[in-house]
Design a protein around this ligand. Structure first.
Ligand SMILES: [Mg+2]
Length: 253
């Protein structure tokens, strides 16, 4: 696993592109997950669950898995119904809080990067999601929002592929992203094979490595907060500016 300050050495794609095509001036695209990276989804879900069902008493620390039936019991299908009830509740519609620091960091790097949201959220909550994003992030922060539709009633679980789902890999490719910021170890592993790098965001119960797991891929690095993400982006920006300067004598070709 890389330290944050080593991350930029793996962000090579755009530098190579600039060397090969010095007239290229597009901003690199960074894919950003929504839940637990921009939105405090699990804390709101805990509040809803505790108020509605009482037991087991839940907090974000009890979520050792992001497959919720492994946390509160029952079947995956029953979990889906609980989550869809949460979607209709004020805990989701009115009280979802943003993650600290996200807005400040994204705002300060918007001149250097394009940010595209790639979320596994369902199409059925697309309108509510866009409304929440508009309320919490000013226009212009995100270039696009892509929905994976991973957790559906007919196919409850991201591991079940259907024609109306898009994997994180597919969404990152569609966005032409060079980097993904996501709290999921599984998505970090999957996307590390097609991206220059992945920032595994947050020090969460569900994204710790178990003892029988090997380490993370070399181009995946942890950032426990948005201030640590800012260090990665700052390093990328410096390297990109340097490569742009080096390419300047070739302008006009
Ligand atoms: Mg997430």
């Amino acid at each position: 696993m890389l330290r944050v300050d080593e991350m930029s050495s793996h962000i090579e794609y755009y530098e190579e592109m600039r060397r090969a095509r010095p007239y290229y001036r597009g901003k690199p695209t960074i894919a950003v997950d929504c839940d637990e990276v921009l939105a405090q989804f699990v804390p709101a879900l805990c509040e809803f669950h505790n108020a509605t069902y009482g037991t087991p008493a839940l907090s974000a620390r009890t979520f050792h898995s992001y497959k919720f039936c492994e946390v509160w019991g029952g079947t995956n299908e029953e979990s889906m119904e609980k989550v869809f009830a949460f979607f209709k509740s004020p805990y989701f519609l009115d009280n979802l809080k943003p993650i600290d620091g996200a807005l400040n960091v994204l705002s300060s790097f918007r001149d250097s990067f394009d940010f595209v949201i790639v979320t596994s959220r369902q199409h059925s909550i697309q309108d509510q999601t866009l409304k929440w994003l508009r309320a919490n992030f000013p226009p212009g922060i995100f270039k696009d929002v892509l929905f994976g539709n991973h957790w559906t009633r007919d196919a409850p679980g991201p591991e079940i592929a259907t024609s109306n789902k898009r994997s994180k890999q597919e969404m990152c490719r569609a966005a032409n992203a060079v980097l993904l910021i996501d709290d999921s170890v599984k998505y970090a592993r999957q996307c590390s094979t097609v991206l220059d790098g992945v920032v595994l965001f947050g020090n969460y119960a569900w994204n710790q490595l178990s003892e029988d797991e090997s380490g993370l891929p070399e181009n995946v690095t942890r950032a426990n907060s948005w201030s640590e993400v800012a260090r990665v982006l700052s390093d990328m920006r410096t390297r990109l500016a340097r490569s742009q300067t080096e390419a300047q004598p070739l302008r006009g070709w």
